[in-house]
Design a protein around this ligand. Structure first.
Ligand code: AMP
Length: 207
């Protein structure tokens, strides 16, 4: 195998709901041998499992609003402190606003770590909405109703998209055209990462 595999892989994937970031994020995480940490999935698992956390966040999630930063950032800090995230992670759905960016900055700085890339998956609004409508039919998610979709996209545009302006001056943002087949978008992501010297470890190679 080649010697130039990336030794740390700390990634964020940012994009509107329905941009395919969940699916692409899993592929990137697998290739780099790091856990994919999707806050939405963690919250939904807690709701389904009827945990204390689940009970606290259920109504918020069903309305498509944001769970308070304090709760969300603590959840993420706990998850990123697990041993499997020591050399990297792919965060999907976090940070989602400026406060969460500051929380993540503090957490990483205290550990002497930094992000390697922020993947920005660009998909036009109409395309996101039509993909979310499709998903509503296929998966029956309670937060994929028309009204809640509109709320979640509005929050994305108002609070989440602006976080890219915080990461852009740091030279971290890798913009990816998210329109196309799954494979096409995946190839664009890996090409863009490789052009920044971010090359996956060979599957099965020692970490
Ligand atoms: P997602 O699957 O990423 O769209 O997340 C589903 C829901 O979980 C969101 O609509 C929010 O209610 C909640 N959620 C997920 N991630 C966050 C976050 N970083 N901050 C606040 N709420 C979140």
């Amino acid at each position: 195998m080649t010697a130039a595999a990336t030794s740390s892989a700390r990634f964020l994937i940012v994009g509107p709901q329905g941009s395919g970031k969940g699916t692409q994020g899993v592929l990137v995480a697998e290739a780099f041998g790091v856990p994919q940490v999707a806050t939405g999935d963690i919250f939904r698992a807690n709701v389904a499992g009827g945990t204390e956390l689940g009970k606290r966040v259920q109504a918020i999630i069903e309305a498509g609003d944001l769970v308070p930063d304090e709760l969300t950032s603590e959840l993420v800090r706990d998850r990123l402190s697990q041993p499997d995230a020591a050399s990297g992670f792919l965060l999907d759905g976090y940070p989602r606003n400026r406060g969460q960016v500051a929380d993540l900055d503090d957490f990483l700085a205290a550990r002497g770590e930094q992000l390697d890339a922020v993947l920005e998956l660009e998909v036009p609004r109409d395309e996101s909405i039509s993909r979310l409508r499709h998903r509503a039919i296929e998966q029956g998610r309670t937060d994929d109703t028309e009204e809640v979709i509109a709320n979640r996209l509005a929050i994305y545009e108002r609070e989440t998209a602006p976080i890219l302006d915080l990461y852009r001056p740091r030279g971290l943002v890798v913009r990816i055209d998210g329109v196309g087949s799954l494979d096409e978008v995946t190839s664009r992501i890996f090409e863009a990462l490789a052009s920044r010297g971010l090359v996956p470890r060979h599957p099965g190679a020692a970490a």
